[in-house]
Design a protein around this ligand. Sequence first.
Ligand SMILES: Nc1ncnc2c1ncn2[C@@H]1O[C@H](COP(=O)(O)OP(=O)(O)OP(=O)(O)O)[C@@H](O)[C@H]1O
Ligand SMILES: [Mg+2]
Length: 404
Amino acid sequence: MSCLGWLKRRSRSGGSSSGKRAASAPVSGPATATTASAVSTSRSDDSGSGAVRPASKSTGSAASSRSISSLYEERGHGQLRVFDYEELQGATGDFGRAQKLGEGGFGSVYKGFVRAPDGKGDRVPVAVKKLNQRSLQGHKQWLAEVQFLGVLEHPNLVKLLGYCAVDSERGAQRLLVYEFMPNKSLEDHLFRRANPPLSWNRRLQVILGAAEGLAYLHEGVEIQVIYRDFKTSNVLLDKDFRAKLSDFGLAREGPTGANTHVSTAVVGTHGYAAPEYMDTGHLTAKSDVWSFGVVLYEILTGRRSLDRNRPAGEQKLLEWVVQFPPDSRNFRMIMDPRLRGEYSVKVAREIAKLADRCLLKNAKERPNMSEVVEVLRRAVHSHAEPDGRAPNAKGKRADGAARP
Ligand SMILES: Nc1ncnc2c1ncn2[C@@H]1O[C@H](COP(=O)(O)OP(=O)(O)OP(=O)(O)O)[C@@H](O)[C@H]1O
Ligand SMILES: [Mg+2]
């Protein structure tokens, strides 16, 4: 498939908004009211064909004839609250700057407070995403998010509380209301100097949680879900720094039956998308595994996958780290200096090896997310044991490697 759609660019080094996207696909059916019927409109393929095109035969994957929209009709429907536009306007200080939490490619996110549907009890904090009115993609992302998060449920996925859809003479408004995540995103903690650095232990816990969320999407639901936008800004952190995947606007149902992949226009974010997906538009769960490998290296190094502010040879993280293989003497050169040496070199090497497997060119050779979870669980466990630690009081290293 030659259709290259749109990819998000992350050009900044510190801000929270992602780059611009060029809308190339038509928007699916119209939403007309602030009712659930706005959600039950069927979604079209990214390519605009309206159908998922099977390509070649294989052993298949999570075989199911169910679709996310039918699951949503069945059980997602009643779970979500339908908000009035005025209620969300009031809750967020009329979407004021002071309430703004961040801005992404599809719109801005604001902090607000809402009451329970019965109007009783204290107001609870929420995050309200207001999709850009001008974006042709807006309705489609909104619909995907409502349908996927209306059906999916896991401790490592952000909870969607409800939505708002209004079409008036002043234009269409699409909003999403999520539980509020007080510790923002993994991106904020890894790359923003204003935040204290994330400890090694916390990094491992966060990435394990994110892996469990992805494994659930790939292997734990009746239909396989391909996330398609795994990156640090989409890993939100709750009050206990538990990872919660957010942003299901680009999620897709995986291939069913005998199909190996689904064909789509290429969407996602530069620096995270798998090469075979970029080249062909053929999407499999292993595309998410690649993105996960990229984030593993970001966690180890504290560097962005693409950073134009670095010297020429260091701008592309994957090209830079390849010079420091996990078993080499100079491997530690890649480690995030903000960790101040407080990490297990042994575990860091294991994680780099895992990342290298996730980043194998041949997608089929990459591990499944359940295998990734197992490796990370062992790493977290070994880190808790004394001989898994890096420098001890005498400066010796647990893996026995000599200091350079
Ligand atoms: N539920 C939430 N609770 C608290 N903060 C949130 C929540 N959802 C999003 N945010 C904040 O809003 C920011 C913007 O989110 P958004 O998903 O719109 O953009 P992004 O992830 O940076 O880019 P993209 O549009 O490519 O996903 C996030 O980085 C995060 O800091
Ligand atoms: Mg996001």
